[in-house]
Design a protein. Structure first.
Length: 308
């Protein structure tokens, strides 16, 4: 019987979904443009988003102020503009990864650290590759799948057209796609020696979370990395990825030593620290528009409150 993680349900075709189908058609067409043209258009879209997406621009500015207090206001303003530039380019990276050709990227990609994973796979152990929500994640995930049979985890989209399109696109290169509700199936995949790519750096409300530092700021952090390692016996490895100009650099770090411990909070802090190191390598490519620090420890108020 086919697994839900490796199959795609038929898409909805009714008239109520036609506007979303038009948007998907535009992304599909955009995916076929030459890479230099995509980067040029992406910069323009990023500038437009900076001007019109006021709430998200404000959230990103607050995040940058919290995470880079040592930088001047002018430096953070420059980072903010560059973040939106890379956000626009990232839209084309997503589209190309799902539906376009990545041959131009394959010719120049640099991949490091594969030697860290082979001894673990030889033991029959699963590996959890931990990364963050960067705009390059889809492109770099597809490029890494040329070398490793990666499965992924994702949050199911509310719009069924988007859900169909994204899952169908990702299954072009990923070995399986588990929703964040399919914990048992993902755990089974790891226990069987599979490779799973996971980004635990967003506030997942309703999940098991602890407050662990991220750039020195307490952040509600899901404990799933600790639980996956504890229950499956998998290794946990940081997966760095970034764009340099029009090229990509992918790097696997060594497996986190003595992981997991008996302390979920300490383990979550170690994971946040690894993701922080990734962000510092490519700060403008991180998804700063997410309200990472919205949920606060008792007695603290959200930094995004407009009346604060």
């Amino acid at each position: 019987m086919p697994s839900p993680a490796t199959t795609v349900a038929p898409p909805p075709l009714g008239p109520r979904y036609w506007p979303m189908w038009l948007a998907m058609a535009a992304m599909w067409l955009g995916a076929s443009l030459p890479w230099p043209v995509q980067r040029l258009l992406g910069r323009g879209i990023g500038r437009l988003a900076y001007l019109i997406a006021g709430d998200r621009r404000r959230a990103a500015a607050i995040n940058l102020a919290l995470c880079f207090p040592e930088k001047s206001q002018a430096e953070r303003d420059g980072l903010l503009h560059d973040c939106f530039r890379d956000l626009g380019i990232g839209l084309f990276e997503f589209a190309r990864a799902w539906w376009g050709s990545v041959e131009p990227m394959r010719r120049t990609v640099r991949i490091e650290g594969l030697e860290h994973i082979e001894p673990i796979r030889a033991q029959g152990r699963g590996v959890l590759l931990v990364s963050g929500h960067f705009m390059t994640l889809e492109m770099c995930g597809r490029l890494m799948c040329d070398h490793l049979p990666l499965a992924g985890m994702y949050r199911r989209h509310r719009n069924p057209v988007m859900e169909w399109a994204v899952k169908r696109g990702r299954l072009r290169y990923a070995s399986a796609m588990f929703t964040n509700e399919d914990i048992r199936a993902a755990m089974r995949h790891l226990k069987q020696g599979g490779l799973l790519w996971y980004a635990p750096d967003q506030d997942m409300r309703g999940k098991d979370t602890v407050f662990a530092p991220f750039f020195g700021v307490p952040a509600a952090t899901i404990t799933a990395t600790h639980q996956f390692a504890r229950l499956s016996g998998c290794a946990v490895m940081p997966f760095f990825h970034r764009r340099e100009g029009g090229d990509y650099v992918l790097r696997l770090g060594a497996a986190l030593p003595d992981f997991p411990s008996t302390d979920a909070t300490a383990d979550s802090a170690r994971v946040n620290s690894a993701i922080e190191a990734m962000v510092r390598e490519a700060p403008t490519q991180y998804l700063w528009i997410h309200r990472r620090f919205k949920r606060r420890p008792p007695g603290e108020t959200s930094p995004y409150r407009k009346d604060g």
